[in-house]
Design a protein around this ligand. Structure first.
Ligand code: SF4
Ligand code: SF4
Length: 135
């Protein structure tokens, strides 16, 4: 099983096409949409996790390229600097993927790196620079 976390950029003429459906049906891939921004007549963007057999994954990515979808690796990473974090939980409500959570019993904040899509929303919220982008 192989996995790829990528950004799919859709030209305007493709945003109403069933591209992810083809990835699932024709290439037997699992497509987990982490974030999507689609506006009529503009370029659309989706952050996805694509999982499946390695060969199918490569064929699926080739299909995307042939179709005109621009695929970019999600190569940015957000890090939680725990020693700077004062556990104020201000960032938690802004995180769209629950990569930042708070335990309501202990009020302890936790960062779940595997859920983070590097959207950067928490970077603007945290007044203590406890969230950092690395490239
Ligand atoms: S906003 Fe910053 S200091 Fe507050 S919990 Fe989040 S990471 Fe920690
Ligand atoms: S960058 Fe911050 S707000 Fe965005 S998904 Fe990652 S932890 Fe959540």
């Amino acid at each position: 099983m192989s996995s790829r976390r990528v950004v799919l950029n859709f030209p305007p003429h493709l945003i109403d096409q069933p591209i992810t459906y083809h990835l699932i049906r024709d290439y037997d891939l699992k497509v987990n949409i982490l974030r999507a921004r689609i506006t009529p007549n503009e370029w659309g963007q989706m952050v996805v996790d694509i999982n499946g057999n390695g060969e199918n994954l490569e064929r699926g990515l080739a299909y995307l390229a042939e179709t005109g979808v621009v695929v970019q690796p999600l190569d940015r990473e957000v890090r939680w600097l725990e020693d700077r974090c004062i556990q104020c939980s201000a960032c938690v409500a802004h995180c769209p993927t629950q990569a930042l959570t708070v335990d309501r019993a202990t009020m302890a904040v936790a960062f779940h790196r595997d859920r983070c899509i590097a959207c950067e929303l928490c970077l603007n919220v945290c007044a203590y620079q406890a969230m950092e982008m690395s490239f």
